[in-house]
Design a protein around this ligand. Structure first.
Ligand SMILES: Cc1ncc(C[n+]2csc(CCOP(=O)(O)OP(=O)(O)O)c2C)c(N)n1
Ligand SMILES: [Mg+2]
Length: 331
């Protein structure tokens, strides 16, 4: 099915939005942390896992979702939340730990929650998979046509919760879509050293659910596979598994020396940058000029700058608020 110019431009713009946001976050992250890398210094202390390179997966899947469709994400959540439609100001403020952030500054980059968008994530690898199944069970019991989507890495696909979740989703025919982002590595461990099957799509058969492998650098391929799986779930026909083969263009975390990468591997994958691939396709079709691409970039840069200014100007949470919105053991 040929996609319309409007849809392709929306996908392109979303990928540029995610990339632009994260490139700026990376610059902000390194403020005050040099010359000797100090993880506790700067306006954004702590770890930082960026999504750069994988934008086609978030954009291609979330383009089919409504604000009320639940999404669970990971320790690498920025792309998924932006594609779900978050207010960049509140997201940036959360990354800065400010009171105006999504979680009033108590979550940070790895714990971004947006109840209006039914979005959650966290640092427990694979932790979001059963949460999505729980949401899908609630949707089914209420007789709604919403769909729960869980994004996770190929590393997470080896934890027990993955297998239990897929089995339950299948046996109960739940409206869930599982998206494995196979970016070849779990920190420094290559998939070939941790996973017995060649492709996680092969595992769908074990749970009696349709499963496909798609080129995760190709947003159109992701969009089409996700559309089919999400519509199937909305019709009440049960869960699906999508394996998107992709690559992260930055380290596992910022500061990762990446000694584990074979020489030339990243450079090879960068030749298949999802934004450049779609941009070239649009230009060849005569659907995007260099000036239009430039205008999209400028618009996204301005949006991110606005979010950054909002975050910097916001206050930190008051010390008296330290115990609100968190679990406190009763004395
Ligand atoms: C339950 C659990 N085990 C281990 C870790 C440490 N850890 C953080 S990220 C990560 C690798 C995850 O790899 P993958 O699922 O492929 O996601 P990617 O980082 O490639 O996006 C590990 C092992 C953790 N956070 N949680
Ligand atoms: Mg991985």
């Amino acid at each position: 099915m040929a996609l319309s110019r409007e849809t392709l431009l929306q996908l392109y713009e979303m990928m540029v939005k995610i990339r632009t946001f994260e490139e700026r976050v990376a610059e902000i992250y390194y403020e005050g942390k040099q010359p000797v890398f100090n993880i506790a210094a700067g306006p954004v202390p702590g770890e930082m896992h960026l999504y750069s390179g994988q934008e086609a997966v978030a954009a291609g899947v979330c383009a089919h979702l409504r604000p009320d469709d639940p999404v669970t994400s990971t320790h690498r959540p920025h792309g998924h939340l932006i594609a779900k439609g978050v207010d960049l100001k509140r997201m940036m403020a959360e990354i800065f730990g400010k009171e105006t952030g999504l979680c009033h500054g108590k979550g940070g980059h790895m714990h971004l929650f947006d109840p209006e968008l039914h979005f959650g994530c966290g640092g427990i690898v694979g932790g979001g998979i059963p949460h999505a199944v729980g949401a899908a069970l609630a949707i089914k019991k209420r007789g709604e046509d919403r769909v729960a989507v869980s994004f996770f890495g190929e590393g997470a696909a080896n934890i027990g919760a993955f297998h239990e979740s897929l089995n339950l989703a299948a046996i109960w025919k739940l409206p869930a879509v599982f998206v494995v982002e196979d970016n070849l590595y779990a920190i420094s461990v290559p998939k070939t050293a941790s996973t017995a099957v060649r492709s996680n799509a092969e595992r769908g058969a074990a749970y009696g659910m349709p499963a496909v492998q798609v080129d995760g650098q190709d947003v159109v391929a992701v969009y089409e596979a996700a559309g089919e799986a999400i519509e199937r779930a909305r019709r009440g026909e049960g869960p699906s598994l999508i394996e998107a083969v992709c690559y992260r263009f930055r380290g596992h975390f910022e500061g990762d020396p990446e000694h584990y990468l074979p020489e030339g591997e990243k450079e090879k994958w960068k030749q298949r940058d999802p934004i450049v691939l779609l941009g070239n396709q649009l230009k060849e079709q005569g659907w995007l000029t260099d000036e239009e691409a430039q205008a999209i970039q400028e618009r996204m840069t301005a949006l991110v700058a606005e979010a950054e200014a909002f975050a910097r100007q916001s206050a930190y949470p008051a010390p008296e608020a330290a115990l609100t919105d968190v679990f406190v053991q009763a004395s």
